[in-house]
Write a protein that binds this ligand. Structure first.
Ligand code: E9O
Length: 606
């Protein structure tokens, strides 16, 4: 299974199904995965409580009630759309770029597919369900309930029936049907149709898959597949960025070597040069399908202490982030994406991790174009309880993620999980399966896991990784208020990881919350000054660790403030951003910017 990105070209096109969908929320139903109501057979528009919901967008913050925001269970989306008669000879594929978490899809009341997991695309051929030259009804039921077998995991509590004594006095603490569903992570579990929906139109004989590997010596290899090659001629052309053909063949597979290939470099190391591979299918002298994939010549390698891009040491000046913004939650928005990447560049950053799920496809293309190096992470944040964890689902998500992003030169590593409880013995077999799966599909990139709750002396899996990521919060979660201790503690902690495992290390999270505008001198936790000092002290340790070749990069937690669920440690969200949620700089943004800009030109780093 492999999904190509959606393209409009000489042959291919699509109808966007983005816009306002009819929306109905089911009453809290305890989150059971079985659908109680068969609302796909009805006309949702006629429901009394039907409203509209923008797509793409999380539904949580669009209404005016906490019931919608905090809803656990099913919601229904419906859209009616004409499909023109003139397209009846094309295959019609309904494609969702992201629906969180569980989706059941119907076309004209008939179930066509279902999908599990929030941040990867899925599609279904609906050519035989579509009525051409007529209005069609698309219905999607979405369930956001998390459990020990979902990824990410969550804990589900259901107060079934209240106990009453004979006089009818209520003896249970909680009201009938009380439901609580808490994720093993702090960010708000924004739900709904989070990215674009498209009705993709492709020819019946079509290109299905493209895999390109191109390295810094100019060597390349590609492979493509088509639905059928009977009586079809294949034409493959490689173009440089000036539009010159630099290679061509009539085979579905090929390899070669380009003299003077212009390499893809992360910003600060060179230009992010891109190439194009154009695949055409020709039958009876006529073009039947065409697809163009961008890629870059670049190599990722690693030693026991460093990561190299095109044989040069790469030091990551990066960010943990979120797809998160006011009103839209995790819904895709071009303005937010563009602003975030512009700010990342302004900060002198060269890198980020897609914490804690794969980001939008649009954004992956922007990373390539801008030269921003990325660690792409699966949605497996906060894995605990490995006996109940769904290893198969995790492997499927990892596979789908690599499949989606494998041709992006900006992606330099795959992250299997964030902060798993890998001090448990049984986590080893679980993670071995994942490492083998990733290596089995992609030999060109290192695999990592981001460690948090475990330590150098009790982690059961870190030796399986190609490099190691560590999250550490000295001065915040550990030793709050003891800023002078940070430098030594960070140095001590990270050095021991390195001495134990002899692998390159990136510190992928450190930082502190600050409420924007809250100023305290001398500093107190949650003030902008305190956050700034924690960051500065941690940087002293980073400089020493970098000098020793103990770390190969650093990422602040977080780029911007983001929404969380309600808990005693969060005041309207997590405030570890160096930017506010509306993307205004806090004091710490300037500290970080000075630091990154000084190190931005990587030839100045040893
Ligand atoms: C994951 C990230 O998504 N890491 C968390 C971040 C946080 O601030 C979260 O937003 O919660 C940090 C986990 C650190 C826990 C350390 C506890 C140590 C107690 C001794």
């Amino acid at each position: 299974n492999c999904l190509l990105h959606v393209q409009k070209n000489e042959i291919r096109t699509f109808d966007s199904l983005d816009g306002l969908w009819t929306f109905v929320r089911e009453p809290h139903n305890g989150g059971d995965i079985g659908i109680g109501n068969q609302w796909n057979t009805l006309d949702l528009e006629k429901f009394n409580n039907a409203t509209v919901m923008p797509v793409p967008c999380a539904y949580n913050d669009i209404g005016t009630s906490s019931e919608l925001r905090d809803h656990i269970g099913w919601v229904w989306y419906e859209k009616k759309e004409f499909v023109p008669l003139r397209d009846r000879n094309m295959r019609h594929v309904l494609r969702f770029a992201s629906v969180n978490y569980f989706a059941v899809v119907y076309v004209n009341s008939e179930k066509v597919t279902s999908h599990t997991g929030g941040h990867l695309p899925f599609e279904v051929d609906v050519s035989s369900q579509i009525k051409f030259g007529a209005e069609n009804k698309f219905t999607v039921a979405v369930n956001n309930t998390l459990s020990w077998s979902t990824i990410p995991q969550g804990d589900f509590n259901y107060q079934r029936v209240a106990q009453r004594n004979i006089s009818g006095r209520i003896l249970s603490r909680l009201p009938d049907g009380a439901v609580k569903n808490v994720g093993n992570f702090d960010f708000f579990n924004y739900a709904g149709i989070l990215r674009s929906v498209q009705l993709v139109k492709i020819p019946s004989i079509h290109i299905q898959n493209i895999n390109i590997v191109a390295d810094h010596t100019g060597s390349f290899y590609f492979e493509t597949a088509a639905s059928s090659l009977d009586g079809v001629k294949v034409e493959v052309k490689m173009f440089d960025s000036d539009g010159n053909v630099v290679y061509s063949t009539n085979q579905t597979k090929g390899e070669g070597k380009l003299e003077n290939a212009k390499l893809w470099w992360p910003r600060g190391m060179g230009d992010p040069n891109l190439y194009n591979l154009e695949i055409s299918l020709i039958s009876d002298g006529e073009l039947v399908d065409i697809y163009r994939e961008t890629f870059g010549f670049r190599t990722v390698t690693w030693s026991d202490s460093q990561i190299f891009i095109n044989s040069k040491p790469f030091y990551c000046l990066g960010f943990g982030m979120h797809e998160d913004f006011e009103l839209i939650g995790r819904g895709f928005n071009q303005a937010v994406m563009t602003k975030d990447l512009n700010l990342l560049e302004w900060m002198g950053g060269n890198c980020y991790r897609t914490t804690h799920y794969p980001y939008s496809e649009e954004r992956m293309f922007e990373n390539d174009r801008r030269g921003i190096a990325v660690i792409v992470e699966t949605p497996a944040v906060g894995l605990k309880g490995f006996s109940k964890a769904n290893n198969n689902l995790h492997v499927k998500m990892l596979t789908d993620m690599i499949d989606r992003d494998k041709n992006h030169p900006s992606v330099f590593a795959w992250s299997l999980a964030n902060e798993p409880n890998t001090n448990k013995k049984e986590s080893r077999a679980y993670f071995k399966t994942l490492v083998d799966a990733a290596h089995g599909i992609d030999r060109t990139r290192p695999v990592t896991t981001v460690y948090g709750p475990t330590n150098f002396d009790n982690d059961e899996t870190a030796d399986l990784m190609d490099f190691i990521c560590v999250n550490r919060y000295y001065g915040w979660y550990i030793d709050m208020g003891y800023i002078p201790w940070i430098n030594q503690s960070v140095y001590w902690d990270i050095s021991l990881w390195r001495e134990t495992f002899h692998k390159p290390i990136i510190v992928t999270e450190y930082g502190a919350d600050s409420i924007p505008g809250l100023n305290q001198e001398p500093s107190v936790d949650f003030s902008e000054q305190y956050q700034n000092e924690v960051i500065q002290e941690t940087h002293h340790a980073f400089d020493a660790l970098h000098k020793d070749h103990t770390i190969t990069g650093e990422m602040i937690w977080n780029f911007a403030d983001f929404m969380t669920g309600m808990t005693t440690t969060r005041a309207v969200g997590n405030h570890k951003g160096v930017f506010t949620r509306s993307r205004q700089a806090k004091i710490s943004a300037y500290t970080l910017r000075n630091r990154y800009l000084k190190r931005f030109d990587q030839s100045n780093l040893e």
